[in-house]
Write a protein that binds this ligand. Structure first.
Ligand code: 5GP
Ligand code: MG
Ligand code: MG
Length: 180
């Protein structure tokens, strides 16, 4: 295990199992649709590729990058569009793939954007849900794990750009970010 990790919350095997479970649900729910899957950069990329390989439905993949975190451990409160998707979602079924829903600000921003553009339906699949952090109402339709109110990294989630490629999700030792 990486020395900066206090404990592992979800192992590679736990994550694989969650991707299988969510993939089955998504396969059933999108059977007769061709959804535009929008992966939220950069954190959701690992989860997106794994869960989509378990979703046996024709899909189109797109990416969006929004920023609210400034790379630290607490949300700045303001969400800004960094890189937009490249396709027209009007009249389309859209599935957003997120790494974690914390305050809900990022998700609300993206959902509002897609609704303004007249998406036919907008649903959300997130690896992690941290309900204790919620500031705005934002609900994920498909959830891998409900996480405690701690700062986690790995499997796409970063602290200042690091730890994304850990194969598991773990709690970062507070000494790494306290007083920094
Ligand atoms: P929001 O607060 O807008 O719901 O979440 C915005 C973003 O904050 C998430 O997509 C994620 O990138 C980041 N975030 C929230 N909680 C955590 C956490 O525990 N660990 C890491 N690494 N990022 C987090
Ligand atoms: Mg994210
Ligand atoms: Mg981040």
């Amino acid at each position: 295990m990486n020395d900066d990790i206090e404990r592992v919350l979800y192992s590679q095997a736990d994550i694989a199992e969650a991707c299988g479970r969510l993939g089955k649900q998504l396969t059933a729910d999108y059977q007769d649709k061709v959804p535009v899957v929008i992966s939220v950069l950069s954190g959701a990329v690992f989860f997106t590729t794994d869960v989509l390989r378990q979703m046996e439905v024709y899909t189109q993949i797109d990416f969006i990058d929004v920023s609210s975190y400034n790379g630290g451990t607490h949300s700045s409160g303001e969400v800004r569009l960094v890189t937009d998707i490249s396709q027209d979602v009007s009249g389309r079924d859209v599935l957003i793939i997120e790494d974690i829903v914390d305050t809900g600000r990022t998700l609300k921003f993206i959902i509002d954007l897609l609704k303004d553009r007249h998406a036919k339906s907008v649903k959300v699949c997130t690896l992690l849900d941290k309900p204790a952090g919620r500031v705005l109402e934002a609900k994920a339709d498909y959830v891998g794990f409900v996480v405690p109110d701690e700062f986690v990294v790995g499997y796409g989630l970063d602290y200042k750009g690091e730890y994304r490629n850990l194969p598991y999700v773990g709690v970062l030792k507070p000494k790494i970010y306290v007083n920094k």
